[in-house]
Design a protein around this ligand. Sequence first.
Ligand code: SF4
Ligand code: SF4
Length: 338
Amino acid sequence: MPDPAILKSVETQSNGYPVPTSGPAFASFVSEHQQNLLHSRPTELQINLGKLCNLACHHCHVDAGPKRTEIMVWEVMEKILNWADNSAIERVDLTGGAPELNPHFRQFCEAWLDRGVTITSRCNITVLYEQGQEDLADWYAENKIRLVCSLPCYTEDNVDAQRGKGTFDKSIAGLQKLNSLSYGYNPDLILDLVYNPGGAFLPPEQSGLEADYRRMLEDNFGIQFTSLLALANLPVNRFAHALQRDGELDDYQHLLVSNFNPHTVEALMCRHLINLDWEGRVFDCDFNQMLDIPFAGGDSKFLWDLKVDTIEGQPIATARHCFGCTAGAGSSCGGALE
Ligand code: SF4
Ligand code: SF4
């Protein structure tokens, strides 16, 4: 069983955003449902290349935007690659911000490809139209990088309300461009879309929503994609702030807790991956990184101080935001868990 002393409940956040403080603690709730939350041997690194982004979405749990200056430097990337050479890492998941805006993004990707590691890039689509990124779509296709692209709705109003005016049109044009390069058609060119709710409610059932997306995007824009991933919003950073501003933080937390699904615990992403921030510091997942909750699988602060053999069986640090991963069908960077 996890050491209860390590399973923390975070009540405050240093960047001034609220965190949920009402309702049961996640760790005790998981134990009451006869579940354990422990690391397996990591096969995946989820790497945040920085907080710089061309957008500043309302729901962004990273608090990313065009004025953020935190960005991973090449020396940190080299240390990560060196560590991975002795760690049997099979997959990397590159995120940000907009990971492509890191000046070393392509060099970093090519180093992983040379090692036979599969890459997922979390692309906001609109970055394809940023200055200096004119050849990005072609480069992605040449290197067969799996793309996971946010498109929180198939209607203009909802997307622009969440991500900023004009985002929907650019996203549609970007998806059409990716389709023209066989993304979404060719099985080697995976184009997954991401849905997240536009407010304080849970995602609808993923397969039904995927069918709606397929019909609407095909009929209206001729767009094809591989799969839809339906993600819940976790009460972290900007979304937590919006909930508190609207007096909905406690109600949303209650919604998450009352929809706790013990069958999702086994598949939580924090079990099999480790997450890195732009400085190479280790966390149990991207949400914990944003809340600055230290990695519970060891005392190491940086990846290169961590021995991969010591991670399996270690506890995972949790807090009340974790109920966002276990509500309903569950939620992870790979979509619903059930
Ligand atoms: S595109 Fe992604 S990283 Fe950028 S602001 Fe929006 S949610 Fe945050
Ligand atoms: S937020 Fe989700 S992925 Fe992260 S530690 Fe909690 S349950 Fe695991």
